[in-house]
Design a binder for this molecule. Structure first.
Ligand code: PLP
Length: 445
């Protein structure tokens, strides 16, 4: 019971999904409609019922296999249900499923040490959280406490989370509610494709300086940015921008926060962290998603000096650093290394990007191909000159791709950008299959 659509053929994969005897998709949809938040949305007109995952593949209740080119929103870095990660979590669950920070436990300490070894400079003190939002909330709080200032600068089109502070830092109307989000200024986005100043890093950085001079007392708490905006549609900030922005923010007394929730953990291929592609060293790094291959885990890493600010009061959360999650996180780091997945993201990601550029020559609807490693974006426009977002077309293309066995994400301010962020074990055959399927889907529009 493999892919129903005739062509092209999905790469061979040696895995037999377990028999499924759970409820039907219709029954799950009914429960979801009745008992889950109405804010939840689906990508597809007929929602998929995903019952199993193995490496870069997902299976529905009929045993149909799909190539997962989204990885649970850039989350599953080692691949679904990687046996080493599963074994680490289950072994830990058998021994001790929960421990609070009131006692010693080696899982949290071991993972903190391993994580710190992946970061440059003095970035070595870890605070575990349960999500990316929570990590960014804490980073913003730390910057405010450390500097004594309140003003945060973030980039337009960014996504940093959806709690009180992070919703303020997030800069897209789609993700904002009309509640108090004080003290955040949004700088002009250094977006080479749609940005006001093209790729001119100096001009974008001047805007940061103007925000400091005209929007604050001249002192700021911090600057938060992604190296590649994920939810914002795989927008790589202009080369040369981050060093300039960091310099201006530091001169104004602020801390620089790198939001690595989506780009971190080897996804960008050339480096382990997105910020490294810009040659900067942040003061605080936040992470989630890839850190746990899909289990609820996030972290803030900072310097011993900055970490001191939290000792002024009690600061703690119940689940952060839970041994199940940290045992899983340690296994993830080992798998990334053992299977050289960063290298794979670089090699296959570069190959995939080249092939997508080839598609751009064939399909007028592709306005831009961008990104690095396994964080790639393909922006669809109905007019290349005007860059008119092809919003409906992308939905239709995604349906066609799903019918041919490929799942991919979408995003961007206009919702017209394919987000290609597969598990880092995605192979050359997968990349070829993906491109063939996208080619056919775009030809059908
Ligand atoms: N920061 C970035 C860059 C993200 O992409 C996301 C989520 O997509 C977040 C923060 C928020 O993370 P979470 O959804 O785990 O709260």
């Amino acid at each position: 019971a493999e892919t129903a659509a005739a062509a092209p053929r999905m790469p061979a994969f040696d895995h037999v999904p377990l028999p499924y005897d759970g409820p039907s998709a219709a029954e799950i949809a009914r429960k979801r409609a009745e008992y889950l938040s109405p804010s939840l949305f689906h990508f597809y007109s007929k929602p998929l019922n995903i019952v199993e995952g193995k490496r870069q593949y997902l299976y529905d209740e009929h045993g149909r296999r799909y190539l997962d080119a989204f990885a649970g929103i850039a989350t599953v870095c080692c691949g679904h249900c990687h046996p080493d990660v599963v074994d680490a979590i289950t072994a830990q669950a058998r021994r001790l499923q929960h421990s609070t920070v009131l006692y010693l436990n080696h899982a949290i300490a071991d993972f903190a040490e391993a994580l710190a070894s992946k970061l440059p400079g003095d970035l070595k003190v870890v605070f575990f959280t349960n999500s990316g939002t929570e990590a960014n909330e804490l980073a913003i709080l730390m910057a405010r406490l450390y500097t004594g200032s309140h003003d945060i600068i973030s980039l337009r089109n960014s996504y940093h989370g959806n709690a009180a502070g992070t919703m303020g830092a997030t800069a897209q109307k789609n993700w904002k509610f009309n509640v108090v989000q004080s003290g955040v200024h949004h700088a002009v986005n250094p977006d080479p494709y749609r940005g006001a100043f093209g790729s001119d890093a100096e001009k974008y950085a001047r805007d940061v300086q103007e925000i400091i001079e005209f929007g604050t007392t001249g002192q700021v708490a911090g600057f938060i940015s992604e190296a590649i905006q994920g939810v914002g549609g795989i927008v790589e900030v202009s080369p040369g921008y981050l060093p300039l922005a960091y310099e201006k923010v530091r001169k104004a007394g602020g801390l620089c926060i790198a939001d690595e929730v989506q780009a971190g953990f080897a996804r960008v291929g050339s480096h382990f962290w997105g910020f490294e592609t810009h040659g900067v060293v942040p003061d605080i790094v936040t992470m989630a998603k890839g850190i746990g291959n899909g289990i609820p885990l996030g972290a803030v890493v900072t310097t011993p000096e900055i970490a001191q600010v939290l000792t002024r009061r009690c600061y703690f959360n119940t689940f952060g650093g839970n041994p199940l999650c940290t045992a899983g996180g340690l296994a993830v780091l080992k798998v990334l290394e053992k299977e050289r997945l960063q290298e794979n993201a670089f090699v296959i990601g570069s190959y995939l990007k080249d092939r997508l550029r080839g598609l751009q020559e064939k399909h007028e609807i592709i306005g831009d191909v961008r990104g690095t490693g396994f964080m790639l974006g393909v922006e669809l426009v109905t007019d290349r000159q005007l860059k008119t977002p092809a919003r409906e077309e992308i939905c239709n293309a995604m349906e066609h791709m799903k019918d041919m066995g490929v799942l991919v994400g979408k995003g961007g301010f206009y919702g017209n950008v394919f987000r290609i962020t597969p598990p880092l074990c995605f192979s050359k055959e997968d990349a070829d299959f993906f491109v063939e399927v996208m080619d056919i889907a775009l030809s059908k529009l």
